[in-house]
Design a protein around this ligand. Structure first.
Ligand code: UDX
Length: 437
């Protein structure tokens, strides 16, 4: 099929390459000329495991190209809207400018029978609004709301082998046509047995924010338990293992620590609260305020722990922060808990050096006032305390004996509960972690 993908960020670039991998003829469009130039030369504009190889493979087939010219979507039958919906400045609500611009840009190029597909995470009601515009401009085209659930770091795998496909389709005769077209797009994953939920617009839009709210709640639940563990001397990692054995609870997404960040979970739960308020249903989501507050408290607690191991003050102390990305296997620093902690400590008078295997360039752009180093050894040279903030494999695997040689004081605060306390303590380190004795 001929497909266009509008927006080539963490979602769209991967989606475009994966659609080409599934055998389709794809054009990816983005307003950022530098990004398009990189993608056109077969290079990924951000770190995502497997994407460079996939770009190389699919570009070589001639079935994938990138452009800044939105007019080139003409001729495609299916158009995926993959632009961002960041949080508005000084408000919880989502900023819909990019979605609105993408839709208005693509509308004049739609032909009868075309299907416009929304993948961006949007406030419920957006699809209905876009469908009305579509009916005005090209009544013979139709809209499907098809939310995306990919995780950064696993984006290629999640797109090629999704755990479910959700379609919000229009009422009336357009619905079956739109569904049939999208079924053809996803013929391979559907043949693999991917579960499919076909529903209305409102449900499809809510599925995405409901899923992210549940995940955020699960993380904040275990982090609330970590606060109780800190108050009682209990161990939150053992608590999580024990409750996780109950299949109804499950162990995944129960890792206590610095909490969630990134370009999705924090802004999605806030936008969901804002939308619920507009709908007069704000009480239904008031618990998400607490989820958000628990999450943000972990960052403060992390700084307090660093202060505790430094005998009550971090002023003038040398701090090495391992990790800048919001999670491992990503270079994304949007709302990164690691950078939030690093910046707080710097503002409180510590001398902070941050390292990350992939995210230093992005982190430097976001926080030019922080100091960065290429390796954990460089960051920790002469450090009084080491703070593990993002659980990259190479930080989990650090040898406490060799690493102890580079620091000035063997003090480590494990913000992700991934180090073996016994191993580090027996190598002479003071080891502290969130929610552990
Ligand atoms: C998330 C959703 O998982 C995905 O389905 C949606 O499409 C987009 O948002 P992503 O932002 O890539 O994906 O990251 P995710 O793996 O969900 O992690 C989010 C944050 O939670 C990270 O900062 C991570 O470190 C943190 N986290 C995750 C925990 O603190 N504990 C956990 O147990 C799991």
């Amino acid at each position: 099929m001929r497909i266009s993908v509008i927006g080539c960020g963490y979602l769209g670039a991967v989606h475009a390459a994966c659609m080409a991998k599934l055998g389709h003829d794809v054009v990816g469009v983005d307003v950022d000329a530098d990004k398009v130039a990189l993608l056109s030369s077969g290079r990924a504009p951000f770190f995502e495991p497997g994407l460079p190889e996939l770009l190389e493979e699919t570009m070589a087939t001639g079935r994938l190209r990138f452009t800044t010219d939105l007019a080139e979507v003409a001729g495609a039958q299916v158009h995926f809207v993959c632009v961002g919906t960041p949080q508005k400045q000084r408000e919880y609500a989502a900023d819909m400018r990019f979605v609105d611009a993408a839709v208005e840009g693509v509308l004049p190029h739609l032909a009868p029978g075309d299907v416009l597909v929304g993948k961006s995470t949007v406030p419920v009601g957006t699809a209905e609004r876009i469908a009305e515009r579509l009916a005005e401009v090209q009544p013979e085209a139709s809209l499907v709301w098809n939310p995306e659930f990919l995780r950064e770091g696993f984006a290629v795998q999640d797109t090629l082998h999704p755990d479910r496909l959700v379609y919000g389709i229009p009422e009336g005769p357009d619905g079956p046509h739109a569904q049939a077209v999208l079924d053809e797009v996803y013929a391979t994953p559907l043949a693999d047995g991917t579960p499919q939920v076909v529903t209305d617009f409102a449900t499809a839009q809510l599925v995405k924010v409901a899923a992210n709210s549940f995940l955020a709640t699960k993380i904040s639940f275990i982090n609330a338990m970590a606060e109780l563990c800190e108050a009682t001397g209990a161990d939150v990692t053992q608590l999580a293992d024990a409750i996780g054995h109950d299949a109804r609870i499950g162990r995944r997404f129960l890792n206590a620590g610095l909490g969630f960040g990134g370009g999705c979970l924090p802004k999605d739960i806030r936008a969901f609260m804002a939308r619920a308020g507009e709908l007069g249903a704000d009480q239904a989501l008031s618990f998400l305020r607490e989820v958000d507050a628990i999450n943000m408290r972990r960052r403060v607690r992390m700084v307090d722990l660093a202060r505790e191991v430094c005998d009550g003050s971090i002023v003038g102390r040398k701090v090495a922060v391992l990790g800048a990305a919001f999670k491992p296997n990503s270079d994304d620093v949007r709302d990164s808990p690691a950078l939030s902690v690093a910046a707080q400590m710097a503002l409180q008078g510590a001398s902070v050096v941050v390292t990350d295997p992939e995210a230093v360039a992005n982190a430097e752009r976001a926080w030019p006032s922080l100091t960065f180093a290429a390796t954990p050894q460089e960051a920790a040279a002469g450090a009084d305390v080491v703070v593990l903030a993002t659980e990259w494999a190479e930080y989990r695997d650090l040898d406490p004996h060799a690493f102890g040689e580079v620091v000035a004081g063997k003090r480590i605060v494990d913000g992700r509960n991934v180090l073996d306390p016994g191993k580090w303590r027996s190598a002479g380190w003071v080891y502290r972690a969130l929610g552990r004795p």
